[in-house]
Structures are given as structure tokens and as C-alpha cells.
Design a protein around this ligand. Sequence first.
Ligand SMILES: [Zn+2]
Length: 475
Amino acid sequence: MANKNKFYITTAIDYVNAEPHIGHAYQKIVADALARWNRLKGKKVFYLTGTDEHGQKIARSAKEAKLSEKEFADKMSKKFKDAWKNLNISFDRFIRTTDKDHEKFVQDFIKKIEKDIYKGSYEGLYCVGCERFYTEKDLADGQCQFHPGKKLEFLKEETYYFRLSRYQKQLLKLYQNDKFVLPKERRNEIINRVKDGLQDLSITRTNFSWGIDFPLDKKHVIYVWFDALLSYLSGAGKKQEFWPADIHLLGKDNGWFHAVIWPAMLLSAGYKLPKTVFIHGFLTFNGQKISKSLGNVISPEYLVGKYGSDSIRYYALRNFVFGEDGDFSEIVLAERHNNELANKLGNLVSRVTSLAEKYGAEKTENKLLKKLKIKEIEKHIEDYEFDKTINEIFAFVDICNEYVQKNKIWETKNNKQLYELLDSIKAIAILLWPFIPETSEKIAKALGFEIKLENISKPLKAGKIKKGEILFKKI
Ligand SMILES: [Zn+2]
């Protein structure tokens, strides 16, 4: 496959020990916007997401639910898949780490890196929430920074190690490419920690059995992170033909695994490296840490039911600076839904199509379209600035609304100006498709055009226009 024409994007795969929430959804929405943007540009896109189903944490949750691990994983994994379908997440594969092809791939991979594996023993503190070992210096007041209040467990067991320390120099060289870890601040943190030195990584466990068998020693199962990271490779198409990934999206609790351990694994096995590892911040919800105790309100299903998938997507992409932490506020969500989607975009489309239905539209050169800053829009999205991208598109929505107002089209019945407006709405709908696909597709159907980037500059056919359905009902 020609490299230039493909785009492979992955999200973190989520642990199935708890229900999907808006924090998980946020990342999938961002990845979906990037996947759709690249499809608009005509690239062959592969979007991988899925669930992380092995390890001690899942084994314990299954036990609490009085189910076998696999039954529990089946039930929970489906909830994630359904949630993403509900949000119009256009994944190409939903990988489960219990998928047979993945399990075989992981075992074969271990054999490929045998030269970097040795047997030893481990003594130290383990956070089951993170599924990782910590040393004293990683901890704040003796606690995991991502799981404050949860007791760390002292483990002592025989284990196999991966020679991570061997890759320090190669990794530091890799970080000289300033696109490899984004954003820059997180890249600097990683560089400083790698400079401090790398310890070899324990990659097998013996005190539970819910994992992939370690092919070099049957008493051991493979460490859940080693297994999970490999899903990006095992899931990269039938024959891994989409590898290397153009971008991995992940939260800040996973930065170390993706920016340090993962490239070292790939170097060891001789695979190409991903182009970008993007580490983003966390969301809070109405000012509170997202956790089970918030109940139903953080469930994507509940939020989509109340506001519609496009409003959730729009809010998530426009309200936050991608990369930084943010607070998901339901009040702001409702305001944006009403003021921006219903009042600005919804009204523009309904007004112009109803005038065009009455008075017709006559094809003419669309001078209004020159005010659309398409170069800036493209640059913002390529720089992962989704808020600025949408602001720029909505600046043009404002221009179109002002054009209707200023020219009093409902009085003048000027059908050339109506054509310009319809043709401009076409451009708006195409550019908004990565963000609010359902709405864009409704507009495309009503005006009769195909959603492709090149159709922005191709004049709309001025056929018979019918007033479109209401796009956003106010809440
Ligand atoms: Zn933790």
C-alpha cells in the first residue's frame, strides 16, 4: 500500500472492568474526527479501537460479578462497542484482546524478541488500577497519582524481563523527532525521565491466570500491557498492512507505555515505529473527577439520548483545547447546542432552504464562498486544533447569516443570492462532516451533493430545493 495515501489511527483500548463514560468517549470522538477528515481528503483510512480484557483487574471484577472472565468481558465489551456506534464512531475494527488472531500474534511476537527476554524475580509495589509496578520515587505520599486512596500491593514473584534498558539511547534519539511525542510539554517530561535511566520491564505474571500464555514458560501469563500494546499491530489490517500507525491517541496516564515501552518493543522486533504518539489530558465532569459515583450522567448513552450524538461530538471538539485537561459542563453543552447548533447553523439551513423552496435558486458565481478561510481550516485540523477549526467554520456560518439579514432576501427574493447561500451551506456541511456527520449527511441529502472535499469548489446543481427538516431542537 502506498504510504502517502493511507492513514492509520488508533485509540487506547479500554479496560472492561467498568462501564464506558464520557472520558472514554471524548478520545474516540477526536479520533473519529481525524479519521473522517482523512477520508474526506481521499485517504485509505483504518481506524482501530477496542477493549483491553486481560489482567488482574478484570479477573477481580468478573469474580465480583459472579461471571467467568470471558463472560464478563463479552458483556462489558459489547457496551463499549454499542456506545461508540451510538456516537457515530466510524471504527474499521473493534479489537478485543481476547480475539484469537490477537492472542496468536502476541505469542509469535514474544518469540521474535526472545533475545531481549531473561528470567528473574520481582519484588515491589503494584497498582492494580494501572496494572503496573511502581518504584517509591514514582509515588506521591506513597500513593499512585492516578488512584489516590487505593492501596498498592506488594508483590514478590518469579518473572521474565524485557531488556528495556538496552533501548535508552535509541529512544532518546527517537525523541529528537519532535513529531514523535505530542504535545511538546509531555515530550519533555518523557525525555527527562528516560535520561534518568531505564529499568528492565517485568512482562509476565504468575499469581493469576487470566492472560495470554507466555510461550516460553507455561507457568506464566503475559503482562496485560505487553499484550494490549500489541493490539495496534495485530489489529492493523488482516496482514498488518496499515502499520505503521500515523497516530496513537491516549490519555496522560498511558504516556510512559506508549512513548517508551512501545517503541522499544517495536525496535526489538524490527518493526517500523508509529509516526506520532499524542498524549492528551483528562476531563472532569461538572467539576468532579469522572468516576462511577457520578452515576448515569457520565454515560454516553444517557447524553446522546438527551442531546443527540452530533451535539455531544460538537461540544467535545469545540469546547476543549485538545491535549489539555478540561471540564465537561452540561450547562455549557446545552448552551452550545442551543446558541450555536440550533440558532446559528440550524436556522441558516432552515431559512435558506425554505426561501429557496418558495423563490427558487439561480446558478451564479458564488462570491460569498471567498470569505471561507479554507487554508486556515485545513491547517488547524492538521495541527489537532479542533476548537479553532470549528470556530473558523462557524465564522463563515455567521457571515452567511449576516448576508441573509443585510440583503433582506425574504423581501428581495433574490434567487442568485439564494444560490450563493445554498452553495455556501454545501461547503459548510462538507467541512463539518468530520465533527457532526449526521447533520452534514442530512444537509447533503436535502441539497443533493456528495460529501467530498473537492465538491466544495464544484458549483452546486441548482435543482428544486425543499425546506429541510429541523436539524436541532432547542433544549
Ligand atoms: Zn494506579
